[in-house]
Design a protein around this ligand. Structure first.
Ligand code: F3S
Length: 492
């Protein structure tokens, strides 16, 4: 079998269509079908529900027959294991796993089989308690019927042994989906997915900002997190140790109550190899999102160490940076001089830095131009909250909308967690947004909800992560700008 080879990572959610054809024009495999081929590539980038996409392709006979990975990548690995695709990690020693060890931890049967197989491929025979797990792969839009079937299977047999299991956004607002216009058939399947997770023992956080609303472990402890922006934020800002797990690996680790110790769980793998001098004073979350987006295209798998960020970034700025870097370049961990915990605790060494690059205003402007693909006059949906809006972000939008009206023909969604929506409601922000004609939408977001099925074609966002996914995964033209600029275009 001939080998199809690429030096570029693949984002299975939006680089590849449901028939296994590469649809990202910027990818060197653009237009090629991956069905039935032997594929060699560095690893998956972008969304961690890529593993569900791989299983889906396998079930439909559209997946690669064989995958050779250049680095330990749980997204591809778990998609391949559950999709029964031949997979190997090049150069990684295969470590035989003693099943007795897993059984002594109470992990038995098929769950032990899967864990042992994954650990062997990842080159470890060490397992640590999975006390904190965050599961992506909750939206029916992202996991589709194949993913629902898998969850039905696991949900009918197992409960979570992990103590704290939080879940990612769903494909709809779980309370107001009908009034917001979500399709009934979609809603039924979405509700079934949520019911399965809750029966298994998940906490219904239904958000990609569990660090704002749910239980997170203290710094320097191990966790198994799978939404890419959460992984980046937890590793970098909170000092938690997690790999960028897939939706499926976290499901299995939550059932087992244990997960393999490898990659970013090990302090020696958390050292930077790229120094990034930011020569521009950054202004707000949009600038930080653009920095993350630009950085993602430049790191090439290396952990960056950022210098030149002189004022202490806010939570909103750091979540924008984490989300955009993870989406555009799979940045699972970054350090900022004097800011992030490992840098502050002097646990970062620059000994292995092999290159220094600079990021200036021109780079940020270039990223902004790339994200803008739509025409402002065609705007029909305005969305904020990727990652889910903090209370401060909801407050700022409500303050802007006070006493104003959104022009007809434009829908406004402020996407957030149920917990933040509840607080926003008590503080009167929800009423203000609704009085202007907008909606504070909980449990979902502009990317994982079926906005294209709901008739939207041109979407505005201030999130570089959303700007990356909306064109191909949601078939949207994108207007990217600051919240103030976007809002000024739609109020009367
Ligand atoms: Fe969260 Fe959706 Fe963005 S899951 S990070 S708001 S794409």
């Amino acid at each position: 079998m001939d080998e199809l080879r690429t030096s570029q990572p693949i984002s299975w959610l939006d680089d590849v269509d449901p028939d296994g054809v590469v649809i990202n024009p910027a990818h060197e495999l653009y237009g090629r079908s991956l069905a039935g081929v032997s594929l060699r590539y560095p690893g998956a980038s972008g969304s961690t529900v890529g593993s569900d996409r791989i299983v889906n392709l396998a079930v439909r006979g559209r997946a690669p027959k064989r995958i050779r990975l250049e680095r330990a990548d749980p997204i591809t690995l778990w998609g391949a294991i559950l999709g029964k695709i031949d997979v190997e990690i090049l150069g990684a020693p295969r470590t035989p796993v003693d099943r007795g060890r897993l059984e002594a931890l109470g992990v038995t049967g098929e769950v032990a089989d899967f864990l042992a197989r994954a650990a062997e491929l990842l080159g470890t025979d060490e397992f640590v308690p999975a006390d904190h797990v965050q599961i992506a792969g909750v939206s029916y839009k992202t996991i589709t019927d194949t993913g629902l079937e898998l969850r039905r299977y696991w949900g009918s047999r197992y409960r979570f042994r992990a103590k704290h299991v939080t879940i990612n956004p769903a494909g709809m607002d779980l309370e107001d989906w009908r009034s917001l216009g979500f399709p009934e058939a979609f809603a039924q399947k979405q509700q079934e997915i949520i019911d399965i997770y809750l029966r298994m023992g998940a906490t219904p956080t239904v958000t990609c900002t569990p660090y704002l609303t749910g239980a997170m472990p203290p710094p320097f402890t191990d966790a198994f997190l799978s939404e890419s922006s959460v992984v980046s934020y937890a590793n970098s800002v909170l000092g938690i140790r997690t790999n960028r797990e897939s939706g499926l690996s976290t499901l299995l680790y939550a059932i087992a109550g244990y997960g393999p110790r490898y990659g970013l769980h090990l302090p020696e793998n958390r050292q930077p190899r790229l120094e990034v001098r930011v020569t521009e004073a950054l202004r707000g979350p949009v600038d930080f999102g653009l920095l993350g987006y630009a950085l993602g295209t430049r790191v090439h798998g290396r952990i960056p160490y950022l210098t030149g960020i002189t004022s202490r970034p806010s939570v909103e700025e750091l979540k924008a940076l984490s989300a955009a870097g993870a989406a555009s370049g799979s940045i699972d961990l970054y350090h900022i001089e004097g800011v992030t915990p490992e840098a502050q605790a002097h646990r970062v060494s620059l000994d292995r830095v092999e290159e220094t690059i600079e990021i200036d205003r021109a780079v940020l402007e270039d990223a902004k131009r790339t994200l803008n693909t739509g025409r402002p006059e065609e705007l029909d949906l305005v969305t904020f909250g990727c990652p889910h809006a903090s209370l401060d972000e909801v407050r700022e939008i409500a303050a802007y909308l006070e006493g104003k009206r959104i022009r007809s023909g434009v829908t406004l969604w402020v996407c957030t967690s149920r917990a933040v929506k509840t607080l926003s409601d008590r503080l009167g922000y929800v009423a203000t947004v609704e009085a202007a004609g907008g909606h504070v939408v909980a449990d979902t977001c502009m990317v994982v909800s079926p906005i294209e099925e709901m008739g939207h074609r041109t979407t505005a966002t201030s999130s570089a992560k959303a700007g990356k996914y909306l064109p191909r995964f949601c078939r949207q033209n994108v207007i990217f700008d600051t919240p103030q600029e976007i809002l000024s275009r739609i109020v009367v």
